[in-house]
Write a protein that binds this ligand. Structure first.
Ligand code: NAP
Length: 311
């Protein structure tokens, strides 16, 4: 790693981070990308991506994100493994601490994403991309004509379930309580949908079948009568929320009540020279293409800032 002050440091290596790196590298700003604890971001957790323009047959998520990295590297972006655990944004250059190492930056692009919440079941991680998914928009199509499940009782779960009825013949929403956190309108829309059924006061104890590398059933437990049973299904979609990876900027950057970074004009934080893009600041669209788009915007703003303030 070059220890001098960097013109641009990008935190995160998903779609937004790679795009910001590509643009700033092509502007000859020699960006440094700190990869974070989930290199590649959420794309690295999906299989076939069919809604990223330019790939008529679709593209595997990990391949897409790896190609973005290669493209940015070709123009001089430098990548290091590491995770930012503290930052000082009170003066320029900004200082980032990565355990024992520190990095100084004239501009900072935060693209650290949001991590899907998982249930922590024994077989869950092994079946991600094989019927376990946290993204209905990405993976719903693969379950056309099947019976599937959605976990959660908030707006995300209602939205995902409603969306998934475009493909699935039956969607069962499994929720741990009998009251719902979802807004009335979203809940009612789901309740009125004939393809959606509800199983309340029920938790998932495990997902089967890791050996077959496909989801065949969920092991469920009713919290009221303690009944345990196997519920046949072809997929389990998690709608239990996301956690934005922005904790290291707490107290320095404005966040909403759930910890997403607040931005104006798409990518500006309240600190001049610090930009945020992708899922860490976007709870609404959360798509690969929108993350890439805001990554581009952040890069163009960083470039402009350096022109005005000296790079
Ligand atoms: P949320 O409102 O926090 O709801 C999460 C749901 O998952 C809750 O029902 C919660 O159950 C359940 N849950 C959490 N951890 C669980 C676990 N370990 N096991 C089982 N269930 C678990 O999250 P969200 O639905 O993603 O929404 C987040 C925010 O985005 C909200 O403000 C929402 O309104 C907004 N949003 C809006 C839209 C829209 O307007 N189109 C769409 C999506 C999200 P409990 O209720 O028992 O805690």
């Amino acid at each position: 790693m070059n220890d001098s002050i960097r013109n641009v440091v990008v935190v995160g290596s998903g779609c937004a981070g790679h795009t910001a790196a590509l643009y700033t590298a092509r502007a000859k700003l020699n960006p440094l990308v700190i990869e974070g604890h989930e290199p590649g971001g959420q794309l690295s957790l999906t299989t076939l991506v069919e809604n990223f323009p330019g790939f008529p047959e679709g593209v595997q998520g990990p391949e897409l994100v790896e190609n973005m990295r290669k493209q940015a590297t070709r123009f001089g972006a430098e990548y290091i493994m590491g995770h930012v655990n503290e930052a000082d944004l009170t003066r320029r250059p900004f200082t980032l601490s990565l355990g024992k190492d520190t990095v100084q930056a004239r501009t900072l692009i935060i693209a650290s994403g949001a991590s899907a919440r998982w249930l922590g079941l024994p077989n869950e991680q092994a079946l991600i991309g094989h019927g376990v998914s946290s993204c209905a928009t990405c993976d719903g199509f693969f379950f056309s004509g099947k019976e599937i499940t959605v976990i959660g009782g908030g707006d995300s779960a209602m939205e995902e379930a409603t969306f998934l009825t475009r493909f699935a013949t039956k969607v069962t929403i499994i929720h741990r309580r009998s009251e719902f956190r979802a807004s009335k309108i979203m809940l009612e829309r789901a309740q009125k949908n004939e393809r959606i059924k509800f199983l309340t006061d029920t938790i998932v104890e495990d997902v089967l079948d890791a050996e077959k590398k496909e989801v065949t059933a969920l092991k469920l437990r009713n919290l009221k009568n303690s009944k345990i049973w196997d519920f046949p299904t072809s997929a389990m979609f998690l709608g239990i929320g996301h956690i934005p990876n922005a904790k290291m900027f707490e107290g320095q950057l404005d966040m909403d009540q759930d910890g997403y970074l607040k931005t104006t004009h798409y990518v500006f934080t309240q600190v001049p020279g610090v930009y945020a893009c992708g899922d860490v600041q976007d709870r609404r669209y959360r798509q690969a293409i929108t993350a890439a788009g805001t990554g581009c915007m952040a890069a163009l703003e960083a470039e402009k800032f350096l022109e005005e303030h000296g790079g």
